[in-house]
Design a protein. Sequence first.
Length: 521
Amino acid sequence: MESFSVENLQALTIIAFDTIGSGRGPSAWSIVGSMTRTVEQLQLSVEDEDQAPASKHLIRRMEFLRPCRFWGEREERRRVFWNIFLMDRFCSIATGWNFSLTSADVKRRLPCEGALWEAGKPLQTPTPYFGVADQSSGSSGTLPTARPEEAAQDSLGGFAYCIEATESLSLVTSFFLQQTIDVSKPHEIQVWLMKFKQLDLRLVQWKIFLPEQWREACVLNSDGIMDPNLTAAHIIHNTSVVLLHQGIAYPLPEWQATGIRLPSASSSETCLAAATEVAIIAQKFLQDSTLVVSPLFAFCLFICGRMFLAHSLYYSVALTGDFDSLVGSLRIIANRWSGTGDKSENLASKFATRLAQARQQGHGMLDIRQAVYSEDRRETPSSASGVYPGTPGRSLNQQVSGLGLNAAGPTEQDATFMGAFHAVGLDFDQEASPDSISLAFPPLPLAFHAQNSSRGPTTMPSPAPGHSQTPHMAYGHYNVENDHVIGPNPVGDFGDLNAYLDYSFLPNQRISMFSGAAEKE
């Protein structure tokens, strides 16, 4: 930290990776924040070639690094940057905070395929640039430019696709955090559906335009194992699909009151299919590889396991074996992280424990709409300050308000929401060490905040993955009944919303599959 160098950034990256994976994420957030600032100061966020020799600045900025002497050094710096970029995105996804690296700071080419990097020979065709998001992209403006389909892709590999998938996941979580919605106002629903459609099309486009050799997650490297980065890319992509669709798959009564008939069954099928593939991909990868996986890999397994619990509760059906597979995979990841004989907790083991406890104590313990805090409590509160250390400088009431609760006094719905915390020993009257807070998952829009009625089962039958819905229930068709009024608003006010999702994709058109049906038998 005393000097600026690529080597120091590499060391800090290892420290942050170990700290987050050990379940002490908040301790690493300041490190990641420092690294994101340092890469900008070192100009690692832009390509050397972008600085035209003939261009002159009236004032020259301070430079810490000498120009790259050869292609290998340039690619090394590029890969250091993208690793820090992934950590910045993980911290944003996990906490709901704004990400630090935006399109204003970043103009970088994607890293090349691993075998080309190891060969050390300069590429004849440079890898394409990749557009990253602005902080405001979740609520306004356009989505960042994806990799152009006509760009040469022969030099791209699993690492590049992992970066793209992670950016998509970051966009989905930013969308739910920043795009508030009042379901009583047709215009706000219209804006929300337009952004939802943009994100869904982005996910479909990513899947469609993957090169054929990378399209299935079962692709093996030359060493006979699944490519770790490509495996992570497919798992992250499917988790993005789950997070995007789960709000529609398991809706709250406010949506029904508008008169909009959401394609919940089709979105549920999509969520189930995506989470099932995540379970299959993770199990196959861990069976054939002894590698330690990233914290984001474990995060995705937890998100999918939490969705299985929500689906089981919403449709009053038994949990599938894929839930047990996800928990088992998390325990394998935890054992590899800690090492033989080490029983200390880490991020993956905490995820596995939470899923197992939620299954035993009640599925509502892990509501998909609430922030999740660790059960650990190490300190007592300071009655003088009343500050909750989960977010420095914010009071307990502010923290509660940030979760969608009424700080002035709990309503009936808030009491239900709070009950999920108290039921697992989470006492808001106690303070916690920052290290005791493992992750706070981004909430859904305000209209999706948990309510008592949302926890009850539906009378609809549970959809089964692989069974296409009837045409009127196909995903993307938001049917509106125009012959009667539901709730306070005339249903006719919402009659023009169908145009914003007037398309249909089957789940397998947006989901990364391990392989053909034969592989799943």
